[in-house]
Design a protein around this ligand. Structure first.
Ligand SMILES: O=C(O)C(=O)C[C@]1(C(=O)O)C=C[C@@H](O)C=C1
Length: 353
């Protein structure tokens, strides 16, 4: 007969109680701090600070799990003192929802809305303190709805997150019984090679989000959705085929929207919008300003001006914060030499999850 193992000096429930005691103590400190300062609470900065202060490489738990636990604790402590909401393109289990949970933890109130435009509106109206929107995908390029709203919205980009995207074909029906595949246009496009090869002739139907597609597939036999595994689980769908994205390194970059201006961290980037005159060489002149200041552009997009044929505005990104002298110099020169300049945000360079 086995000897009973010696009693551990600490029981699991004792440890759980200790964890909660410490989290509550942390919450008290956050409440005191927020009570002392007039400055608006900045959860995004607090999340970043906590991550850089704590060494998550120590211990047996994977680093990603430790970071995720920390994020939940930080956001729950903020939420208890100063409730804040994050708007995202719903319904729940859209990729935007997964991005919001990765960035903010689940301690905040995550609030689904029905379109990318509605995310901007919720932040602009102050209904939500933050929003999260897809801005660019590594396979499919820019997200048009986001760029259009960035041009005429008052909200700032205050952060970013790069989310690895693995699409799945989800349905109640077997592959040979599928007559329609529903998803957001960007998701369909990221899988167009796979869909053409494996489901030729099947009708593709565009939806407002991938999670909305999963919802549709759950109610009608013959419909499949391209969506996340989480959405498939939520709507009780079978995984007909996992990971159908054409590019194994399919990544979507999400912009975090808010009203504040993040302080410099030493590893920042800036997103700018500008408009140039409709004359030969106008864009080349602006590019010369970046070249002369040795600012290395990491992204450039042109976007048609509504109602003004052949005229465009441009969105560029480059390393550095708008308070850095080199960046401030470029912005000042652009203000003199272009028709319109708007700093959409200077914020910490995002991590990939
Ligand atoms: O529909 C969703 O689930 C979204 O969050 C939107 C979105 C996008 O438009 O890019 C986000 C990530 C993927 O690239 C596919 C869809």
């Amino acid at each position: 007969m086995n000897e009973p193992s010696s009693q551990p000096s600490e029981s699991l429930s004792e440890i759980d109680r200790e964890i909660l005691r410490l989290v509550n103590r942390r919450q008290q400190l956050v409440a005191d701090e927020l009570g002392r300062t007039e400055k608006r609470a900045n959860l995004a900065a607090a999340l970043l600070q906590a991550e850089s202060d704590v060494q998550t490489r120590d211990g047996c738990l994977p680093e990603a799990a430790q970071k995720s636990i920390l994020r939940h604790i930080v956001s729950a402590c903020y939420q208890a003192s100063r409730p804040e909401q994050v708007a995202f393109l719903g319904p729940v289990d859209s990729y935007s929802h997964l991005a919001a949970m990765s960035y903010f933890g689940e301690g905040l109130d995550l609030s689904p809305v029905s379109s990318i435009g509605a995310v901007f509106d919720a932040v602009e109206r102050g209904d939500c303190q933050y929003g999260i929107v897809p801005i660019e995908n590594s396979t499919d390029g820019r997200i048009v709805d986001t760029l259009g709203k960035l041009a005429d919205s008052e909200v700032n980009i205050i952060g970013e997150l790069l989310l690895a995207i693995h699409h799945n074909l989800l349905s109640h029906s077997e592959r040979d019984k599928i007559t329609q595949v529903h998803s957001k246009p960007q998701a369909l496009s990221q899988c167009r090679g796979w869909l053409a090869a494996h489901l030729p002739g099947v009708q593709l139907v565009e939806t407002a989000s991938t999670a909305a597609a999963a919802e549709a597939a759950s109610t009608t036999p013959g419909i499949a959705a391209v969506a996340s595994l989480a959405a498939g689980r939520r709507y009780g769908l079978e995984v007909v085929q996992a990971s159908i994205e054409d590019n194994r390194n399919n990544v979507t970059r999400f912009a975090v929207l808010g009203s504040g201006e993040p302080d410099p961290t030493g590893d920042d980037k800036t997103t700018l919008l500008f408009e140039v005159e409709h004359r030969p060489g106008a864009l080349a002149d602006v590019m010369g300003i970046f070249r002369d200041c040795e600012l290395n552009l990491t992204w450039i997009e042109s976007f048609p001006q509504p109602g003004r044929p052949n005229e465009y505005f441009f969105i560029v990104e480059f390393p550095g914060h708008q308070t850095d002298p080199a960046v401030a110099g470029v912005i000042a020169t652009l203000r003199q030499q272009t028709q319109r300049v708007a700093v959409l945000g200077s914020y910490p360079v995002g991590r990939k999850v």
